[in-house]
Design a protein. Sequence first.
Length: 301
Amino acid sequence: MNTITAISRRTVLASGAAAAVSVLAPSGTARAQVNRTATRNMHVSLAAYSMREALTKGTMDLFGFIDWCAEMDLAGAELTSYYFKKDFDAPYLRELRRRAFNRGVTVSGTAIRNNFCMSDGPEKQKEIDGVKRWIDCAAELFAPHIRIFAGEVPAGMDKKTAIGNTAEGIRAVLDHAAARGIMLGLENHGGITARVEDHLAICDAVGKHPWFGINLDTGNYYTNAYEELALAAPRAVNVQIKVEVMRSDKGPKEPADLGRFKQILVDATYKGWIALEYEADAEPTLAIPRYIKQLKDLFEG
């Protein structure tokens, strides 16, 4: 074979390979569409609040909850503070941490109840101290995130003052959160955070901080749920997925468009935990595994 023939043959082969690649590879538009819908580094967890009846009655405890998460092959378990043993101590937290480790489950975070809307005083300081205590508990659990609340506007207080009070309360705990390496996420949990504009106003008043963001609950905006979620999503540091949404304060609830939730988070370039917080009427032990499968297919598939 002479040199010219060899070169020609290589050219034809290369052209054929390139053509094959061009057929198999998506076009620029298709690539953009693939990238636009693909998830990156999102992992599904389950909030203990989903099993609140069993945990309140004592037919399940947090150790059993971790075991159940492991049985469902979940990467994470969110341990809601309401269901910790009464008067628990550090050894109890370490036992929870060990149980999760032995089951191959990460404690994705914890969730607490607090009220920062009130004015300065002993009650406000008690709330601040309580959040700091939970920051220490989260560090003991190796849990990277705590869901916090803002609270209700006190009678006779204007909203602007309450927003300022809430921001001051959050700022008062952020140095401690930073020192322990715990992210704080302010949830849209009714009260002063019922509307996205007020939720974001609190965040703006707090100011940018590397250990603070939004715990985005997909079921807790009640006017234009998907539109409001899209506004808040870029600041999310943790996400709690509900399987229902409401279009107004008075309902009714309707099935959530989980695919639309996914797209909102992809568009916001969210990375992190997606914790199912189940509140619908169907029996949780039957419904939760089905929703977990859907969420894993959506966010981890």
